[in-house]
Design a protein around this ligand. Structure first.
Ligand code: AMP
Length: 191
C-alpha cells in the first residue's frame, strides 16, 4: 500500500508514521529525516538544502524530486511505503503522481492529520526543548507554519479531488490517533 501522510509541522505525522511502519511493515520515508542526515554528512544535497531548512523554507522541487526518486527506487519501497513530508506543494504532488504512474503504482491513500494551530505551537515548543532541532526556534517555526498554510495545505485539496483523501483528528493520545488511522486504512481496504 502506498500512503501519503499529511499534516502541519507538529501534527504528529512523524510519530504516527513510525508506529504505522511497524504495524503495516512498510518503510517510513521521511524527507525531513533524509535531508537532516544529508546535512549532517555534508553531502552535496545537504550543503544545498541547509540554508532553506534553517530558515524554515522549502528545499527546491528539483532537489526534492531527485531525492524522492532515488529513495522510492530502492528495493524496500517496491511493496509500498509511508511518505512523511512529501509532497509539500502541488507541484511536488504532480511530480509524485507522474513518477508513480510511470511504474503503475499510484498513491492509494492520503491521510491528513488535523490539529488546531494552538496545539501545534505548544507541541513544537515541547519538541524544541526535547530534541533541540535547529529549525524549532520561534521565528523559524512561525515561518514553517506560514509555508505550510500557503504551500502545503493545498495538497490536501489535491488528494481530495483525486478521491483518495481521508482526514483524522490528531488530538488525544498517540494510540488513539493511531487507531483512527488504522480504521481509515481498514475501510479503504474493504471499499
Ligand atoms: P520536516 O522534518 O518534514 O518538518 O522537514 C524539515 C525541513 O526539511 C522543512 O522545513 C524543509 O525545509 C525541508 N523539507 C522536508 N521535506 C521537504 C519537501 N518535500 N520539500 C521541500 N522541503 C522539504
Amino acid at each position: 500500500m502506498r500512503i501519503v501522510l499529511l499534516g502541519a509541522p507538529g501534527s504528529g505525522k512523524g510519530t504516527q508514521a513510525a508506529l504505522l511502519m511497524e504495524k503495516l511493515e512498510l518503510p517510513h520515508i521521511s524527507t525531513g529525516d533524509l535531508l537532516r542526515t544529508a546535512v549532517k554528512n555534508a553531502t552535496p544535497l545537504g550543503i544545498k538544502a541547509k540554508e532553506a531548512m534553517d530558515l524554515g523554507n522549502l528545499v527546491s522541487d528539483d532537489l526534492m524530486l531527485g531525492l524522492i526518486e532515488e529513495r522510492l527506487g530502492q528495493d524496500d519501497a517496491a511493496r509500498g511505503f509511508l511518505l512523511d513530508g512529501y509532497p509539500r506543494n502541488v507541484s511536488q504532488a504532480n511530480s509524485l503522481d507522474e513518477l508513480l504512474e510511470r511504474i503503475g503504482q499510484p498513491v492509494d491513500e492520503a491521510i491528513q492529520i488535523d490539529v488546531d494551530s494552538e496545539l501545534i505551537v505548544e507541541r513544537i515548543a515541547k519538541r524544541a526543548a526535547e530534541e533541540g532541532r535547529s529549525d524549532d526556534t520561534e521565528e523559524v517555526v512561525r515561518n514553517r507554519l506560514n509555508v505550510y498554510e500557503e504551500q502545503t495545505a493545498p495538497v490536501v485539496s489535491y488528494y481530495a479531488e483525486k478521491g483518495v483523501l481521508s482526514r483524522v483528528l490528531g488530538v488525544g493520545s498517540v494510540e488513539e490517533v493511531l487507531q483512527r488511522i488504522l480504521g481509515v486504512l481498514a475501510q479503504r481496504d474493504t471499499a
